[in-house]
Write a protein that binds this ligand. Structure first.
Ligand code: KIV
Ligand code: NA
Length: 275
């Protein structure tokens, strides 16, 4: 299993880090089999597996529940779990308790937190308590209300300079990696070059040290429209729809089950039945 220090080494040697989200036993198992370097139990699970329209309703209990399942499916991959909305903002103590819960109860190896500013102090507290922290800057979905929608961030020189400053602060506070979401590729490259820790991009171009995408987006499972930065490598929706429709039709038309799906009792036993 790769560790935080291996990800820094990968940045140095130029080997790209491939990260995928996973939310349950089967997705974790398949993502581990694919060779993904890191699994992220993202709070995007609120949308892609729980059907909320944002990540805001996701709770720490949800994250623990899903992390446990991911851990059972991927015993040999580094697992990062998102701390959900408002579980790392109020004070250091609550932040430490939230992170300890996903690590001790869920089995995660590290946590991810969104934002710079005041969150930088929390990154320092977590790190000094022995909990590896992945930072997340740029489009931070838990702040969608403040950002005014899911939009590209750091588009002006001023915004980009602020982003770079925040990235440096997160690194100084002890973050072992940074996720950079939805920023112009030139800015992502600049930040990647400025930091010693690996930068993992999503909608941030090819100049970062790695990429992350949402599992359900990559395989087109349960999602219909996906953002511009997603590449859909296969179409699970299509396969599942076709399979399920055929099942229902075959039941109605008496085509399923067939003899080979049935259990047969021996004739001599049958004759011994009452009635
Ligand atoms: O929740 C999530 O899936 C994420 C990634 C998209 C980075 O935070
Ligand atoms: Na997230």
């Amino acid at each position: 299993m790769k560790q935080t220090t291996d990800f820094v080494k990968m940045k140095k040697t130029g080997e790209k880090i491939a990260m995928l989200t996973a939310y349950d036993y089967p997705s974790a198992k398949l993502a581990e089999e694919s060779g993904s370097d890191i699994l992220l139990v993202g709070d995007s699970l609120g949308m892609v597996v729980l059907g909320y329209d944002s990540t805001i309703p996701v709770t720490i209990e949800d994250m623990i529940h899903h992390t446990k399942a991911v851990k059972r499916g991927a015993k040999d991959t580094f697992i990062v779990t998102d701390l959900p909305f408002m579980t790392y903002h109020l004070n250091r103590e609550e932040t430490l308790r939230s992170a300890a819960a996903v690590i001790q109860q869920g089995g995660a190896h590290a946590v991810k937190v969104e934002g710079g500013g005041h969150v930088v102090e929390m990154i320092a507290s977590l790190t000094s308590a022995g909990i590896p922290v992945m930072s997340h800057l740029g489009l931070t979905p838990q702040s969608v209300g403040v950002l005014g929608g899911y939009k590209v961030q750091g588009k002006t020189a001023e915004a980009a300079n602020q982003l770079l400053e925040e990235a440096v602060k997160c690194e100084s506070a002890g973050a072992f990696a940074l996720v950079l979401e939805c920023v112009p590729k030139q800015i992502a490259e600049k930040i990647t070059n400025a930091l010693a820790i690996p930068v993992i991009g999503i909608g941030a171009g090819a100049g970062t040290d790695g990429q992350v995408l949402v599992y359900h987006d990559v395989v087109t499972y349960g999602v219909e429209r996906v953002p511009k930065f997603v590449k859909q490598y296969t179409d699970v929706n299509h396969a599942v729809r076709e399979g399920l429709k055929q099942y229902v039709r075959e039941v109605k038309e008496l085509e399923f089950p067939e003899e080979r799906h049935s259990f047969i009792m021996k004739a001599e036993e049958l004759s011994g039945l009452y009635g």
